[in-house]
Design a protein around this ligand. Sequence first.
Ligand code: NAG
Ligand code: NAG
Ligand code: NAG
Ligand code: NAG
Ligand code: NAG
Ligand code: NAG
Ligand code: NAG
Ligand code: NAG
Ligand code: NAG
Ligand code: NAG
Ligand code: NAG
Ligand code: NAG
Length: 801
Amino acid sequence: MFGSMPTPFLLRLLVLFFLALATTSGGQSYSNITSDTVLTAGGSRQSWPSPSGDFAFGFFPADSNHFLLAIWFNYTSPKSVVWSANRNALLASGATVNLTADGRLSLRDENGTEAWTTPGGMNAVAASVLDTGNLVLADATGGILWQSFEHPTDTLLPGQVLPVNSSLRSQITVTDFSEGRFSLVAQNDGKLVLCPLALPIGNQYPAYWSVNFSGAGNELVYNANGSIYYSLGNGTTVPIIPGLNYPPQSVYQRARLDPDGVFRQYVYPKNNSTWNVTARVPEDICRTLVADNAGSGVCGYNSYCSSGDGQSQINCTCLPQYSFIDPDYEYQGCKPNFTQTCDRYDPNSFMMHPVDDLDSWYFDYEYYGNVDEGRCRDLCLGDCFCALAVYWDGDSNSSSGCFKKKLPLTYGHSGSYVNRLALIKVPNNNSVLAPFDRVLERQRPMSVAGRFLLGSSGSLNLILIGSLIAVLAYHRRNRAQYSVGKRRSLEELNLRAFSYKELEQATKEFKEELGRGSFGVVYKGELPSSSGSAMLVAVKRLDRLRNVIDDDGDKEFTNEVRSIGKTYHKNLVRLIGYCHEESQRLLVYEYMSRGSLQGFLFGGERPPWEQRASIAIGIARGLMYLHEECSAPIIHCDIKPQNVLLDDNLTARISDFGLAKLLRTDQTRTNTGIRGTRGYVAPEWFKSVAITKKVDVYSFGVMLLEIVSCRKNLEMEKEEVGEAILVDWAYDCYRDGKLELLLRDDEDDRQRAERFATVALWCIQEDPALRPSISAVVQMLDGAIPVAVPPDPSTAVSSRQ
Ligand SMILES: *[C@@H]1O[C@H](CO)[C@@H](O)[C@H](O)[C@H]1NC(C)=O
Ligand SMILES: *[C@@H]1O[C@H](CO)[C@@H](O)[C@H](O)[C@H]1NC(C)=O
Ligand SMILES: *[C@@H]1O[C@H](CO)[C@@H](O)[C@H](O)[C@H]1NC(C)=O
Ligand SMILES: *[C@@H]1O[C@H](CO)[C@@H](O)[C@H](O)[C@H]1NC(C)=O
Ligand SMILES: *[C@@H]1O[C@H](CO)[C@@H](O)[C@H](O)[C@H]1NC(C)=O
Ligand SMILES: *[C@@H]1O[C@H](CO)[C@@H](O)[C@H](O)[C@H]1NC(C)=O
Ligand SMILES: *[C@@H]1O[C@H](CO)[C@@H](O)[C@H](O)[C@H]1NC(C)=O
Ligand SMILES: *[C@@H]1O[C@H](CO)[C@@H](O)[C@H](O)[C@H]1NC(C)=O
Ligand SMILES: *[C@@H]1O[C@H](CO)[C@@H](O)[C@H](O)[C@H]1NC(C)=O
Ligand SMILES: *[C@@H]1O[C@H](CO)[C@@H](O)[C@H](O)[C@H]1NC(C)=O
Ligand SMILES: *[C@@H]1O[C@H](CO)[C@@H](O)[C@H](O)[C@H]1NC(C)=O
Ligand SMILES: CC(=O)N[C@H]1CO[C@H](CO)[C@@H](O)[C@@H]1O
């Protein structure tokens, strides 16, 4: 806030401010937006101009139906946003902004819920956007109470200052305004740093560029003549960007921390041209941003960075035969579109694709000196772990060398300065792709996605979310292939297509919420039926699918609904119908009166063993149907008690299957379901091994332990350290012959309870090859086949690998 700023800063700001005001707008008072004016997104009055019209403030169309409350250059082409209030949560048309009676600028969504506001207690009487691009709130005497210049997003304008403890944050991609991966921070210790951030948490990695002066009162200043400098508290200035070769009045200018982590200054001559880059920091981010254990680099994994002429954003390119996981979010990296496994590895199926001047940092695992290029190529080709070799010629100072590298590739960079030859392993013909694709049709393992993410350290959530996205992106493609030539209409499957209106009525305008999952909110509804009695339903509103709304997404939705609709089993929640209208996507399911297994197990008293046992078997049967019996096998990917519902008869019904494929990149930032799922996730998500149906077996095993013990898989408040993690404790109990600690009072059927616990220990083997298939699980639970003594889940390794 203004009042808390150090005095010299306040003075400087005021001086800059009044100078700018005097030169551009003749010192008038700011009276444009008063308390009786309302701007409406999509309405007739959406924005206000600055006096000269150079800037506008109001609702900026961020995409076809979403708006950003923003300030932008209104004469440039394209119009460039310089500040925004709601970059992480765009609003739909009908949103409003006005100056409230108590003097706040208040942004409300289309339902009138406040989405953003300036602080209360200021009693501003007017707001105005100035010709500097600054939005100010003023009191009756013209005194400034609040200004957007003090709350920058990713852009600085002439006259603007970045004081201690403030920062710029880049947007995530050129087209997506939400908070991205880089920050320019004027640190409290006096340094000015550019840092990468670990998404989605946003914690700061080490700086890749910095101005190292300690001391108080340092700040970054953008002078009206176009120079940008770091002003030290003792009066010294450290130049960062020198200034323009243009008369300042003839150009628009701005400096922005771009999505690729480069702080660039742009000018736009007013005689209508384009934004040109005049200076940038750092000079070449592909060479500068390197740090061990700090993410993938500017570009994502398995991708490489090149800076081009410096005018545009840096360029990320996938390795040959690799493709972007999501072309709209290139930073998420690339996946190989082939597999390489050590199981029956055949070097003759591969070749080495040479790319000049390409290298990557880290993940070297073998080095050979004094070898020639041919030898380097053969060393990688013969090694089933090797994804890439980097070779360089010797010279008078050093000998030639060869590095073997494994996936994922990090900090890939390319440019004439590199002087190394990358040899990339790719399939040499269709011999690898063809059988693989056939396998995909039958069982769809997700090996590629799993292997490109190595979860050595760092944020578990990040990796988890990343892998999920990778898997789903991959999965999605397979589904598309799968359904070619199977064009059947949804109606043929007895699925009912509802209109949005019908569902709105059925749910009484989405009044009663039944729960929230990773895909959206579930509401209770009541459908009129021909017999006169009403039928209860659960209506799931898929609200996290913003990006899916395009042609591709439409087809995808239809495909997924079709595949879900084809499933029919007494242990699955049945899909009754769907709604697919404009941007609305809803699914209508049978209503499950007894809620979720989560509530059943942990909601109160320990339920009787008999009920729990039949629920466990029911879930296993439902899963067996998904994996092995339905026409298009489905890996659930998110088996957990919240996703198992119970009907009137306490029959277990698996829900949310088949939905994983609809999940898209929006999830990276908005998903909260993932976190809750953590304890159920199989370890191979974090390793470079294939992701198969066995991930569901693992999750089922964790849940089975919860069912037999009636406790959650993580109980951090447990006094005994050894008991906090159920899967570890369960094995300890088993090994020590003390399963009664786990099973407690289930005396009457102790033998069966112990068998269930033992089956669970097989399911949670870290090595997926040791886990039984779900059909074997069903047989063991039924007592049809004996259960062997399980090895320690965390140490055993199968002999097959
Ligand atoms: C805003 O105020 C200025 C100065 O009072 C005036 O010239 C301009 O027309 C006003 N803009 C609008 C949209 O009323
Ligand atoms: C911005 O420019 C457009 C023309 O490109 C114009 O229609 C609109 O009125 C301007 N907005 C403001 C707030 O002046
Ligand atoms: C501003 O908008 C809010 C919500 O739309 C409304 O309650 C309030 O009365 C408006 N303020 C003025 C001064 O019109
Ligand atoms: C506004 O209300 C409608 C109807 O209840 C709802 O669909 C929509 O999601 C709400 N909008 C926001 C931004 O909450
Ligand atoms: C910056 O933030 C730190 C920690 O919050 C605080 O101790 C310090 O006083 C702040 N410095 C300034 C100049 O506001
Ligand atoms: C600033 O200090 C960091 C280490 O603290 C160093 O890596 C960096 O090169 C320094 N930057 C400059 C411009 O001296
Ligand atoms: C201000 O501080 C910087 C770094 O501490 C130093 O290099 C510079 O000489 C100082 N300037 C003055 C005028 O004392
Ligand atoms: C711009 O202004 C700054 C500070 O007044 C000054 O140091 C710099 O030399 C000026 N640059 C140009 C190109 O005029
Ligand atoms: C902007 O860049 C383009 C291409 O790099 C160049 O042709 C043009 O002259 C530049 N314009 C200005 C005003 O510098
Ligand atoms: C990006 O790099 C690729 C490969 O080096 C090149 O084909 C492409 O033209 C580059 N694109 C741009 C915009 O520089
Ligand atoms: C594999 O990637 C290449 C691009 O490197 C692409 O041309 C090819 O079509 C892809 N193959 C498959 C099966 O997706
Ligand atoms: C010199 C020139 O062509 N100026 C035009 C630039 O564009 C704005 C609006 O886009 C026009 O109003 C100017 O006349």
